[in-house]
Ligand binder design. Structure first.
Ligand code: FA5
Ligand code: MG
Length: 446
């Protein structure tokens, strides 16, 4: 299916990225504002919080090889097919991912490099990179963010070393001051793999949990209490097409559970694809921004992209320090109420769920104006207002009792990171957003 806004926001010239040309087709939906982020490499700036955390994690997993691919462009095959994503997985849709064309895309997760890395014969590696997703707009979501993939696999004849490793890790964890809640269990919806000896599957799962808990201990050990409250971390069951059992780790932050990472026991199919069928092990994918926000007390994900020295001078390599917010300029919000096209259905799937994890379905409705996707709306807002927009929140929804027509009202909150915005400026932005959504999404202002 193609989305109604993708064709209009796509350029007419082929994409040229890092000297490579990508011909356009009906999948091309990557706007220039996104491509401009491709070579920023904030995860490699030595004293940027994203990079500080990357280094600490690399230090913690010191026997793992650290990898950092040079381009975020991967084939659709690498990002999805090779990892067993079904053809109708919502993450594949144009509303969730950025495509250069039907064959190439901006990776949506660092797992896109799993098969090639296992194929190189690497057993223990970490990989850090920028990843790209079309998403909602708020303080913890941004269309470009950074992930760190980590994995350990063993040849089947090395698995007997696991009980000893697990015992050592368990002993270290006894000193961990953080309450880590784990009520997960193996069940038909989150099973061990039929291919694995259940004893091995259990040992791998335990090694996964101990290894990540030990990382949490390393990262959060000194902040076991925050504002007098004990830090809360929990394991929950999850689903990924390329792992089972699968889990997510969350931390209680600013009054809600914030997801830090997804992980699981690598699906045998992935290792088969990579030509290493006689191995087994685990993998995780960690969101570096989310972790940084908690550890450095960074209140807004957009700050990672600021060039303001008042941000950058606060951090130094190797050190987790508390960010002291410099005076923020006042916000300014404007509401936008509109009618969806007659008969249109609305899709806000993915809210808070993360696109590679599943939920919802790829809409097959297609056709201009038939489906209202919140991500399409948000992208137009970003295209017009860039980082000046802080949040986009649905504040009201309404279906007309006679015509069944649907109406929505979004609140757009604007704030400049470095100065005050004038009311005229904001009105102008709001008007531009309005003009574009009317033209591109077929909606009608109320
Ligand atoms: C994944 O991306 C899987 N590849 C993780 C994985 C790897 C599972 C290996 C199993 C084995 P998910 O979509 O949940 O899963 O994203 C992983 C993490 O990235 C999240 O926990 C979160 O910390 C971060 N993240 C996801 N979306 C955003 C976003 N829009 N902005 C900032 N961080 C995000
Ligand atoms: Mg997730």
């Amino acid at each position: 299916s193609t989305s109604s806004s993708s064709s209009s926001s796509a350029p007419r010239q082929p994409y040229v990225v890092n000297g490579q040309t990508y011909q356009l087709d009906e999948w091309s939906n990557t706007p220039p504002s996104i491509l401009s982020k491709v070579n920023r490499n904030i995860h490699r700036l030595p004293s940027h919080p994203i990079s500080i955390l990357r280094q600490i994690v690399e230090d913690h997993f010191s026997s793992h090889t650290a990898l950092s691919p040079s381009t975020p462009i991967v084939s659709v095959h690498q990002n999805f097919d090779e990892l067993g994503f079904p053809p109708d997985h919502p993450g594949r849709s144009l509303t969730d991912s950025y495509y250069l064309n039907k064959e190439y895309m901006l990776r949506t997760h660092t797992s896109a490099h799993e098969v090639e890395s296992y194929r190189r014969g690497l057993d223990k590696w970490l990989l850090s990179a920028d990843v790209y997703r079309r998403d909602e707009i708020d303080s913890s979501h941004y269309p470009v963010f950074h992930q760190m993939e980590g994995t350990s696999v063993w040849s089947l004849d090395q698995l007997h070393t696991l009980p000893e490793l697990n015992k050592e890790l368990a002993a270290q964890l006894e000193k961990c001051p953080i309450q880590i809640e784990d009520n997960t269990k193996i069940s038909p919806s989150n099973p061990y793999q039929a291919h694995h000896d259940p004893i091995h599957a259990e040992q791998i799962t335990q090694n996964l949990k101990h290894s990540l808990n030990s990382l949490i201990f390393r990262l959060f050990g000194k902040q076991a209490t925050k504002d007098g409250e004990p830090l809360r971390v929990r394991w929950i069951e999850a689903y990924f097409p390329f792992t089972t059992p699968s889990y997510e780790v969350e931390v209680w932050w600013e009054g809600e559970w914030l997801e830090l990472l997804g992980c699981g026991v690598v699906m045998q199919k992935t290792l088969d694809q990579a030509g290493v069928p006689d191995k087994a092990g685990w993998a995780f994918g960690l969101g570096l921004e989310r972790l940084s926000m908690v550890l450095f007390s960074i209140p807004d994900i957009r700050l990672f992209w600021t060039q303001d020295p008042r941000f950058h001078t606060q951090f130094s390599a190797g050190k987790i320090s508390t960010f002291k917010p410099y005076s923020r300029y006042p916000p300014c919000y404007k509401d936008m109420s509109f009618w969806l096209p007659q008969g249109a259905i609305s899709d806000t799937a993915g809210k808070g769920s993360g696109s590679v994890a599943g939920g919802g379905g790829v809409s097959a409705a297609g056709g201009k104006g038939r489906v209202f996707h919140e991500n399409d709306y948000c992208e137009i807002v970003r295209e017009v207002a860039g980082d000046l927009v802080e949040t986009v929140t649905l504040i009201d929804e309404f279906t007309h009792p006679k015509t069944s027509r649907q109406s929505k009202c979004y609140r757009l909150n604007y704030r400049h990171m470095d100065r005050s915005l004038s009311n005229e400026e904001v009105n102008e932005l709001q008007q531009k957003v309005q003009d574009r959504v009317v033209e591109e999404m077929g909606i009608e202002m109320r």
